[in-house]
Design a binder for this molecule. Structure first.
Ligand code: B3K
Ligand code: ZN
Length: 880
């Protein structure tokens, strides 16, 4: 495989105005006929260069140019291209190919899942369906006819509107769909299967009626209402917040069981991993309900940010993904608790994206080069890309940002554009120069922002000094300063926000404001402060940076109680916990007895006793920073010390805070018992506090807690309570109760694949000794299969990604296991194989002995035989 560079981008030589597809689906093969109405791209030079169509794993049966059958002498064929010579500016290509969806295990292109046919074309799957210009800047009007045996495949779907159906008399039938919107091939979709649907309607802002359908396997028809409600909320929200209206007469979602990621925004026909559609109280947790809501919204929002305006090339992927993640996170914030959503997003970003940005696969939000585009659907493109959009939103303000997005959509509707085009629209709408800001798109790595203070009592002035820097990343040794928006307030001794007047200003400008740090070193001096204030910095996490300020533990406790920014109250608690945990880690490393700083106990006690705090906030504040985050912020991560320190702190807190935890638990559990399940934010909040309280309480080993846990496990109407109880049992030493619970759970839910995924995950993540052998045993369970990506993620992904103490076993057994799985998946499903590699790529974080073991496994993978471009790219970059 070779590198592909952004600097080599060239516009396509030819365009495809119309694409007419016919699929004949059979059990042992599929025939695809494609008629492409093409012309020379007028934007390119004169003459008629050879036409190079993409195509992989296709058996070419017929090829015609303007009705003239071509013979092998008329074209060249290799394993990824078909090349021929046009003779006129305008021409029509007809091709027929045979493909084998029934044996497609990579789940890219056309494939079968649980008996139905479905597609996944982004990024480069369409070339496994037919010969085509498979690139996002070639947009075409598609008509698709699907024919299949009627009894097994009563439902035949594609993009756009249905225009004709008929039967063929031999037990087969067909349907034709027409999509009036020009689109690139990656947005093509086809589904054929025995599906049921729930139907609803939505009336758009201009009073157009849209039919909404969610298709699932018949046994899941009782689990789609939540997704349907989420869809209608999304449609309304996009009208209200972005002025974006839906544009076809019908919008469809189809749930499939075997899917490489969460979902796909194909025009008018979104295809979803069933885990992101199906949700009802008895079988899906609160987190799953929220994920369904967010993913339904995300894919729906792509209809404008991605489909109506798409990407010129795959280097621009964050143009649609960063923007759409930003849109869905704001939607979720509006539907639920804004502060809690921000906390969750930031915790995730800092644990996972910061690690990626510090590792061998670090790349800018707009990469310059890639080997395999599937490897670039990353946390950087998605989550950091969203943070970049959030910063633009912060710098411009909501109203101006909206003007910018309106201009962007109006200017580029129907086009395939770049991140530069997006920023230009924001600049033109606001008059703000974003040229320096654009370094966020081109420089990889997480900037550090060190802040120091000085107070001049004689002058009543307070100075904050900022120093920014950014570590080297692969291919980028030196970085130029970023534009870092820092939202801040200064608090007085009572925690009140003080008026903020900078040097040069004749009066204060608000009490919480956004400063722009644009230089490597920069100071801001505030006037008229009669005492030294306490700064509340980077409010709401206004930039994706690593901020440091020398807060004392007492100051952090003060901020936890008094900061008027909810996010920063949580953040102060996290920083306090980090300081305390790092002290414990040091004690563990020196072989000393562990002693917990009692200030953490005091701080969390007052959080627990504060009845006016949102319960979800209490739950978030009780959650100590995870082992993954503690690893990320360590220079050399000491796996054992991190685990021991965190577990010690958890059990000390559990004993010290037993009374308030137990009181909170019982009050909330009582409400859960007496109220029917509702998927709504106040209820999510109540259950999250109940469940985190339970997880602490179980550490005390008290009989009454065990009894409560078992009772919660057995007597509840929802998966949130049941699974939380199961998880704490699985991590406890109550062997008999644990085994009984696991057994009864599996018996009850054995036919529900998504619930069984949870059952696998909970066990894979158990940090008790012996993790690897438990995982190996579970791989033999009848409900487990390597062919289903959800199962791989539930068991192997959860073990390597969450169970750090077991995965990093000093003998290297966890690494060996993961490498074995990657080698086996490389042949069947390269995208999933490559995704599972993540934990091994972080080898530089660990001690010399673990580094050697991890590298040896990466080398073993490299030498294991023919590698997919997906796995090869990640392994070779990790070893470079
Ligand atoms: N755009 C798809 C991701 C496709 C991944 C291809 N390997 C889902 C999404 O981001 O909405
Ligand atoms: Zn997306």
């Amino acid at each position: 495989p070779k590198m592909i560079y952004l600097k080599d981008y060239q516009a396509p030589d030819y365009l495809i105005d119309e694409t007419h597809l016919t699929f004949e689906l059979y059990e042992d093969h599929t025939l695809v006929h494609a008629q492409l109405v093409m012309r020379r791209n007028p934007a390119c030079g004169a003459g008629l260069p050879p036409l190079v169509l993409d195509g992989q794993q296709l058996e070419l049966l017929n090829l015609a140019l303007d009705d003239r059958e071509l013979t092998a002498a008329d074209y060249q064929l290799d394993d990824s291209h078909l090349t021929l010579q046009p003779t006129q500016e305008r021409f029509v290509i007809d091709s027929s190919v045979r493909i084998h969806p029934e044996s497609n295990t990579a789940l890219e292109g056309l494939y079968k899942s649980s008996g139905m046919f479905c597609t996944q074309c982004e990024a480069e799957g369409f070339r496994k369906i037919t010969y085509y210009l498979d690139r996002p800047d070639v947009m075409s009007k598609f008509t698709t006819t699907v024919s299949a045996e009627q009894h097994s495949y009563p439902v035949l779907l594609s993009n756009g509107n249905p225009i004709a159906t008929g039967s063929e008399g031999d037990g087969r039938h067909w349907a034709t769909w027409e999509d009036p919107f020009m689109k690139p091939a990656y947005l093509f979709a086809l589904v054929a299967g025995d599906l049921w649907c729930v139907e609803d309607r939505f009336t758009t802002m201009s009073a157009r009626e849209v039919t909404l359908r969610i298709y699932v396997e018949p046994e899941n028809i009782d689990k789609v209402q939540h997704a349907m409600d989420s869809l209608k909320k999304s449609m309304k929200w996009d009208e209200e917040v972005y002025g974006r209206e839906y544009d076809l007469d019908i919008f469809m979602i189809v749930a499939v069981n075997d899917f490489n990621m969460g979902a796909m925004e194909n025009k008018g026909l979104n295809i979803f991993n069933s885990s992101c559609v199906l949700a009802r109280a008895e079988t899906a947790t609160d987190a799953a309900h929220q994920r369904v809501e967010a993913v339904v919204a995300h894919e729906y929002f792509h209809n404008w940010s991605g489909n109506r305006v798409t990407c010129r090339d795959w280097f621009q992927l964050s143009l649609k993904e960063g923007f759409t993640v930003f849109r869905d996170s704001e939607f979720s914030a509006d539907m639920n608790s804004r502060t809690v959503k921000r906390i969750e997003d930031v915790a995730y970003l800092r644990t996972h994206q910061f690690a990626e940005d510090a590792g061998p696969m670090a790349h800018p939000v707009r990469p310059d080069a890639y080997m395999e585009i599937s490897n670039f659907y990353t946390l950087t493109i998605y989550e950091k890309g969203s943070e970049v959009l959030r910063m633009i939103h912060t710098l411009l303000g909501a109203e101006t940002f909206r003007k910018g997005s309106d201009l962007y959509f109006a200017r580029h509707d129907g086009q395939a554009v770049t991140c530069d085009d997006f920023v230009k629209a924001m600049e033109d709408a606001s008059g703000v120069d974003l040229s320096q800001f654009k370094r966020w798109y081109t420089q990889a790595g997480t900037p550090r922002l060190e802040v120091s203070e000085s107070y001049d009592a004689a002058a009543n002035s307070y100075r904050l000094q900022f120093r920014q820097s950014c570590p080297a990343t692969p291919g980028q040794a030196e970085k130029l300063p970023f534009v870092i928006p820092v939202e801040l307030a200064l608090l007085d001794a009572e925690g009140r926000e003080l008026p903020l007047q900078l040097v040069g200003e004749d009066k204060p400008v608000g009490r919480s404001r956004v400063l722009q740090v644009t230089q490597a070193e920069q100071a801001f001096t505030f006037l008229n402060l009669e005492a030294k204030p306490l700064p509340s910095l980077l409010r709401g996490f206004s930039a994706p940076v690593k901020l440091s300020f020398p807060y004392s533990r007492d100051q952090l406790m003060f901020l936890m109680q008094h900061d008027s920014d909810g996010f920063n109250r949580w953040e102060a608690g996290q920083q306090l916990s980090v300081q305390v945990l790092q002290e414990l880690i040091g004690q563990h490393q020196r072989g000393e007895a562990l002693v917990l700083d009692q200030r953490l106990v005091t701080a969390l006690r007052s959080v627990l006793e504060n009845a006016s705090l949102d319960q979800a906030m209490v739950a978030e504040m009780l959650s100590l920073p995870g082992e993954g985050y503690l690893t990320e912020i360590s220079d050399v991560a000491d796996v054992d010390a991190i685990h021991a320190a965190r577990e010690f702190a958890r059990s000390e807190l559990a004993s010290a805070l037993f009374e308030p935890l137990w009181a909170r638990y019982q009050a909330n559990r009582e409400l859960s018992r007496s109220t029917a399940y509702v998927a709504e934010s106040a209820h999510f909040a109540r259950r999250s506090l109940q469940n985190i309280a339970l997880s602490y309480l179980m550490l005390t080993g008290k009989a009454e807690v065990l009894a409560a846990c078992l009772e919660q496990f057995e007597v509840c109407d929802n998966m949130t309570e049941r699974l939380a109880a199961l998880a704490v049992l699985v991590n406890s030493s109550f062997e008999a109760e644990k085994n009984e619970a696991l057994k009864s759970f599996a018996e009850h839910f054995k036919d529900n694949a998504l619930v069984m995924d949870q059952w696998f995950s909970v066990q894979a993540a158990s940090t008790l000794p012996g993790g690897l052998s438990r995982v190996q045993a579970l791989m033999q369970h009848p409900a487990f299969t390597m062919k289903n990506p959800n199962k791989v993620r539930a068991l192997i992904g959860a073990f390597a990604g969450q169970n750090l103490i077991n995965f990093h076993a000093a003998d290297g057994s966890g690494y060996r296991f993961l490498a074995d799985q990657v080698i086996s998946l490389n042949a069947s499903n390269p995208q999933i194989a490559s995704r599972q590699l993540g934990p091994l790529t972080r080898w530089r974080k660990y001690d010399a002995s673990r580094q050697a073991l991890m590298k040896a496994e990466l080398e073993r993978i490299l030498a294991s035989g023919e590698l997919s471009s997906d796995v090869f790219e990640v392994v070779s970059k990790s070893l470079a």
